[in-house]
Design a protein around this ligand. Sequence first.
Ligand code: GUN
Ligand code: ZN
Length: 435
Amino acid sequence: MSRRIAIRGDLLDLLDDPGFDVVDSPEVRFDADHWLLVEDGRIAGRQAHAPDPSWTRLDHSGRLVMPGFIDTHVHSPQLDVIASYGTELLDWLNTYTFPAESRFSDPAHATRIAGAFLDLLLAHGTTTAVAYCSSHPASVDAYFEAAEARGLRMIGGKVMMDRNAPPGLLDTATSGYDESKALIGRWHGRDRLAYAITPRFAATSTPAQLEAAGALWRETPGAYLHSHVAENVAEVEWISALYPSHARYLDVYAQFGLLGRRALYAHGIHLDDADFQLLHESQTAIAHCPTSNNFLGSGLFSMHRARDPRRPVHVALATDLGGGTTFSMLRTMQAASEVAQLGGHPLSPSSAWWLATRGAAEALDLGERIGAVEPGRDADLVVIDLRSTPLIDFRMQYIRGIEEALAVQFALGDDRAIRATYIAGHLAWDRDAAH
Ligand code: GUN
Ligand code: ZN
């Protein structure tokens, strides 16, 4: 017997990138009071009328039923140091982050944090994430075991780091390659899991390690390449000192063959037009991490420049927790919106929503699988309570359209808005049953 459920609610997704300054975008698909049919973990259809009684009915009337959020860059081992007040990136890494990641030498700690991390993602309506684990292979086993137990579509990998970090966190060019290769053998392509080859950033990898990472990526069909680039001015200067023959930071990664489809770089704040041209040509994606960039004072990413229609770059939103201060993609959309305002190019509400859902799926080369409420896609869904606080409830009385509602939801909302999360059609988070 197949498992058939029908969810009633206001169906929302994006048909395409709404672009920048759009209001009332035709790309927003909003079907009030519809039924979403889910069969065996996949979306089977969407319709205005109730299905026949063979479908188990779930009533989310008056709520948004939409694709789960996608967090394209997050660090699972930094959960226990989120919101550690620091100065800037490099100091914050040494003071909080490396000690936190060192604790992952204990597999029991890794297991405990991995479970808490994934449960918190689900409670925030995030159904797919691309995570850094620590440099300990056991941290990756813990992460993927926990993801598999929850039936999630998750991406992640072991940090490769062979210099400029505490000795207990360092691998070598050879051991980093070998350990990553073994993890790929165990996890990549199993269920809905995919591996990301994860050199931390060029400052903590020798040229030999970047070379090995590139070789491993070329050998592994469907794998991701995940790193950081141009986050902080001192970091950029450090890279120039470490790689004096390279004119620009991004060139270092280019030289080692680390750009391309399924390559994903966090931040990309301090890049120039030639860099964006290279990202465009290579189809490399950027994960924009606004709460982290604000918390660490890293700078203002220019979404407007990155998405210049003459050479658009794949961009998606990300929390970058624990540099980022929230799991919530609603809070992240609001931060992205504020950063865009400060840069003089406002981001439309539908565009912010795109960057956290379907745009993120496309940036990850998963546009055929997730990010839309369409037949054939995975039924990884989030249900948004549009009246989750007294203020939002009040403000919603004066709403004139769906895009205004979306703007209010992320300007004022947080995890209290996440009424339910479904993974492959199974209830994975129920806000009102949780306490
Ligand atoms: N650059 C290198 N490592 C890190 C990290 O853990 N967090 C952030 N935000 N940037 C990094
Ligand atoms: Zn990061």
